[in-house]
Design a protein around this ligand. Structure first.
Ligand code: S3P
Length: 427
């Protein structure tokens, strides 16, 4: 797909519901008693995967696009499937459902696509084993085999800052007999699981680095409304910031502070982003964002900031390449454990755009100049939705445009991405 340069982006948009909350709501709804209703669901391959996996486990789901109804099977009511559970490209589904399955009687095999099979899953296997489940990975990756049953509570210090690992342990903690389960996280990661727990009446507390959940007898059915995904808004925010004369309104975005690190970093670089009409929707902070173009200066992203913009670091690299001076990211080794090794894929993408990036062990450096990138090359998405979106925005802000190989991978999180982008692009 060829993406031509743009003059500016203008208009008002809304983006699909938060992917991770959509997935969490389906998984929790699957073990609730009765029918749960999810509104503002973000339809995409990764969220549909959550639906197909719980269906394989015997749960009835009515998939009405943005409204999804889940008829829960009860806390211990999931059925052993005949076929392996195909988690596709969705790390959140594989890792979170593992926490639930660890507490179900039966034998479960979780598979995924090539990317998901290569990703590190020992990180969830290890704590779930300590809780009493039998869990086997395949050379550390998928397929993952789980034989669930009785679980005991643990206190678990996260070896990597990962909301997926935290969530897997907390979900298993709901099913653990005899006391609370505690996850210790030195650097806070996204707390969508904890907020959803609170919404439905599960007792979860946070004190300093300790996140603690009490086991439950049953989960009540619930209704939840999901706002727009900040990660889906992020490419538009970066495009509006970098293209002179842009003015873009993004309505109804989830602005959970553990997700919006890119806003903090862009503002430090001189971006012009107004956050207004703040409200709370189903226990999550939501706002409208107004973005105008601005000239940026370079910045350093510190290790402690990384979890709040981990999925936006590819876009940060693009913004940095048009910011005056040298920007740097450190403490982001986790980028190597994503859908692709994003230190590698961001480096090749930016170089194809004419950017000057030097990869490092746990991050990268970018030499920025406040002019359009040259472009003209080809960005290979390598099956990674975030790299495809990086390429698209890179094409808009370049002089010669860009070809994206594998542009269709945006369907993983945002099937309407290119249509929505077209609708605001001025040429
Ligand atoms: C996610 C957590 C992050 C993030 C991923 C979604 C979640 O992964 O990169 O896209 O929904 O909990 P880690 O928890 O592995 O860092």
């Amino acid at each position: 797909m060829k993406v031509e340069p743009a003059a500016s982006v203008e208009g008002a948009i809304a983006v699909p519901g938060v992917k991770g909350i959509s997935q969490r709501a389906v998984l929790l709804g699957a073990v609730a008693d009765g029918e749960s209703e999810i509104r503002g669901f973000g339809p995409a391959a990764d969220t549909e995967t959550a639906i197909s996996v719980v269906r394989q486990l015997g749960v009835e789901v009515e998939n009405g696009g943005e409204t999804v109804r889940v008829r829960g099977a009860g806390l211990r009511g999931l059925r052993e499937p005949e076929e392996p559970l195909d988690c596709g490209n969705a790390g959140t589904v594989l890792r979170l459902v593992s926490g639930i399955l660890a507490g179900q009687e039966g034998r479960f095999v979780l598979t995924g696509d090539e990317s998901l099979s290569r990703r590190p899953h020992e990180r969830i296997a290890e704590p779930l084993r300590r809780m009493g489940a039998r869990v086997e990975t395949t050379n550390g990756g998928a397929p993952v085999l789980i034989e669930g049953g009785k679980l005991s509570p643990i206190r678990y210090e996260l070896p990597v800052a990962s909301a997926q690992v935290k969530s897997a342990v907390l979900l298993a903690g709901l099913l653990a007999d005899g006391g609370p389960t505690t996850v210790v996280e030195r650097v806070p990661t996204r707390d969508h699981t904890e907020r959803l727990f609170r919404e439905i009446g599960v007792r979860v507390t946070r004190r300093a680095a300790d996140v603690r959940v009490e086991p439950v007898e049953q989960l009540p059915a619930f209704e939840v409304v999901i706002a727009g995904d900040f990660s889906a808004a992020a490419p538009f925010i970066v495009a509006a910031t970098l293209l002179h004369g842009s003015e873009l309104l993004v309505r109804g975005v989830n602005v959970n502070p553990l997700r919006t690190g890119l806003l903090v970093v862009l503002e430090r670089m001189g971006a012009n982003i107004a956050i207004f009409d703040r409200r709370t929707v189903s226990g999550e902070p939501v706002a409208d964002l107004e973005v105008r173009s601005a000239s940026l200066v370079a910045t350093a992203v510190r290790p402690g900031e990384v979890p709040a913009l981990i999925d936006e670091l590819p876009l940060f690299a693009l913004a940095a390449s048009m910011a005056r001076g040298e920007s740097v990211v450190r403490g982001a080794r986790e980028l190597r454990a994503k859908e692709t090794d994003r230190i590698e894929t961001v480096t090749s993408a930016l170089r194809a755009l004419g950017g000057r990036i030097t990869p490092g062990d746990d991050g990268f450096r970018v030499r920025g100049v406040p002019t359009r990138l040259k472009g003209g090359g080809a960005v290979s998405a390598r099956g990674d939705h975030r790299i495809a979106m990086l390429g698209a925005i890179g094409g808009l802000v370049s002089r010669e445009g860009v070809t994206i190989e594998g542009a269709e991978s945006v369907t993983v999180s945002f099937p309407e991405f290119f249509d929505l982008l077209d609708s605001v692009t001025q040429r």
